[in-house]
Design a binder for this molecule. Structure first.
Ligand code: IMP
Ligand code: MG
Length: 513
């Protein structure tokens, strides 16, 4: 059976290249939407991020968490491409593939960035020091992209030539050695190097000052190269030859608010997760994408790691709690009976997290949760475009009432120049000012108090709904409010993890268009 989104695209043959991007801080259920659209596409492409992503897909009663390989790998007869913008950790890539019994075809751009042990070590060592902690996933993503811009990065094609690999590695480590050998970093570094992840010390050259054993890396990574060599291609040419002819689906990673260019800087990841970054990372031009769909978790948001989150339930207490390194089981033990209708926002947050299963699929960390934030959504829609799908609509089914933030009251220093919501020239953001569209910088958002509109909840099970007409009136009113306030068109809704828990929502705006 065709799912609703596939039917929607099938009726529009002029849409040849489609993209799915996340309009929040990741984890909005993109994996499911991409998997649902995979049967429409001939080619599925990842263009950004790396093993920091965790795309969860349920298929045939099995749960898959893919990190680097596109979700189309699960659909028979598809071609999956890892584009030039992806940070590829070959160990994780091969691990992804072992999950899938009959993977469809995979091609890897020769130009994709290579994640190496030093990147993971640097990421972990930095996160271990209080200063500059971001709450990263520890997958080496930041240092890998940094090396690219610093012109000391390595690419996937280097795996195929041990001499080039050695020369580039030596040059890279010459620059990175100083940071790795810092006195403060050494205890953490030693424990990492002796761990299972780093081959129990084989990576560590104890006899020389280089810290890392270049010989070991060359040998080990050349073996990865041999395993991957038949998949490595010039993906730019491959896709440019097919764009406008084949049906291409671009799979985003992370979310707009984590984009290094458009996100809540500096608490972001190190690549551009917008539709522009995605197209570029796939080797395409943004104008070659015919249709972009942005995912929005409804009507709550989540974020992992550090950084401002104006609507967070439980505020700073929640931020601290979620960054303690506890697991879902720890939380269950410590807050066994958290109530989703509690007057205590922290407790309510725990209950929402539990209702939505909001624990990181890459790190297992509890995700910080909060109400839907329209000032941030207005920003996301202005970059990623108006078509959105509301995901996880079933998460708040037990809430008596639901808050939506439609503006902020800014109470920080009067130093920020922003544009009014109508784009009429700069205005100074003064203390006490009401902001409709977020100024997307951490130091501003920290001083933004959300202004809420309170809506009644629907308080019934909606997970079996397959038609928008059957949605409770309360939910339809909320959807209409989000559209009116942001200019977004809600074109589809998702009420659970299964492929068929997805239906189209013809918003009035879309009908008018
Ligand atoms: P990095 O991407 O590992 O460098 O982490 C930078 C920030 O992005 C941290 O706050 C991470 O928690 C966050 N992040 C990275 N990938 C994801 C994701 O797939 N979902 C949610 N947050 C992510
Ligand atoms: Mg995820």
């Amino acid at each position: 059976m065709k799912n609703a989104l596939v039917a929607y695209l099938a009726e529009r043959p002029e849409f040849k290249t489609a993209a799915v991007v996340d309009n929040q801080w990741g984890d909005t259920g993109k994996g499911k939407i991409v998997a649902a659209l995979s049967s429409w596409a001939d080619i599925i492409v990842r263009g950004t991020g790396g093993a920091n992503a965790g795309h969860t897909i349920y298929q045939d009663d099995k749960r898959y968490v893919l990190h680097i390989v596109p979700c189309g790998i699960l659909t028979h007869g598809k071609i999956n491409v890892i584009g030039r913008g992806v940070a590829v950790d070959p160990a994780v890539l091969l691990e992804d593939l072992t999950q899938v019994e009959h993977p469809s075809r995979l091609l890897i751009s020769k130009d994709a960035h290579l994640v190496l042990p030093q990147h993971i070590l640097l990421d972990c060592v930095r996160e271990n020091s209080a200063a500059g902690k971001i709450g990263t996933t520890g997958r080496g993503i930041g240092p890998c992209y940094e090396d690219h811009l610093a012109r000391i990065g390595l690419k996937v094609m280097d795996l195929l030539n041990p001499d080039v690999l050695r020369t580039k590695l030596e040059r890279n480590l010459e620059r990175r050695r100083a940071e790795l050998s810092q006195k403060d970093a050494l205890p953490k570094l030693r424990s990492l190097l002796l761990s299972d992840q780093f081959a129990h010390g084989n990576l560590w050259d104890r006899n020389s000052a280089t810290v890392l054993n270049v010989h070991w890396i060359v040998e080990h990574y050349s073996k990865y190269g041999q395993k991957l060599k038949d998949m490595i291609i010039n993906a730019d040419t491959y896709l440019q030859e097919r764009v406008g002819k084949a049906r291409i689906l671009l799979e985003g990673a992370q979310g707009l608010l984590l984009s290094v260019d458009y996100g809540t800087y500096p608490y972001v990841t190190s690549c551009d997760c917008s539709r522009y970054g995605l197209a570029r990372g796939a080797g395409l031009l943004p104008e070659q994408v015919d249709f972009t769909l942005g995912t929005v978790k409804a009507f709550a948001m989540t974020r992992v790691g550090k950084g401002a989150f104006p609507t967070e339930l439980g505020g700073e207490k929640s931020e601290e709690w979620c960054n303690l390194g506890i697991t879902e089981q720890d939380e269950q033990k410590q807050c066994p009976a958290a109530d989703i209708n509690s007057d205590d926002p922290f407790e309510q947050g725990v209950a929402v997290r539990r209702a939505g299963g909001e624990y990181g699929s890459t790190t297992g960390r509890p995700r910080r949760v909060g109400w839907l934030d329209l000032p941030l959504l207005r920003h996301a829609v202005s970059i990623n475009g108006p078509q959105i799908v509301l995901t996880k609509l079933d998460m708040l089914s037990e809430c008596e009432s639901i808050n939506i933030c439609d503006a902020y009251r800014y109470s920080g220093p009067s130093q920020y120049v922003c544009h009014s919501q109508f784009g009429e020239g700069p205005v100074l953001s003064q203390s006490g000012k009401l902001l409709q569209k977020a100024i997307v910088a951490d130091e501003v958002l920290r001083h933004c108090a959300p202004q809420y509109r309170k809506f009644p909840g629907w308080q019934c099970d909606i997970s079996g709904i397959t038609n928008q007409d059957d949605l409770p009136r309360e939910l339809r009113d909320l959807t209409r409010f989000v559209e009116d306030q942001t200019g977004a068109n809600v074109i589809a809704g998702s009420v659970g993890p299964a492929n068929d828990q997805l239906f189209m929502m013809s918003s009035p705006a879309l009908v008018r268009a």
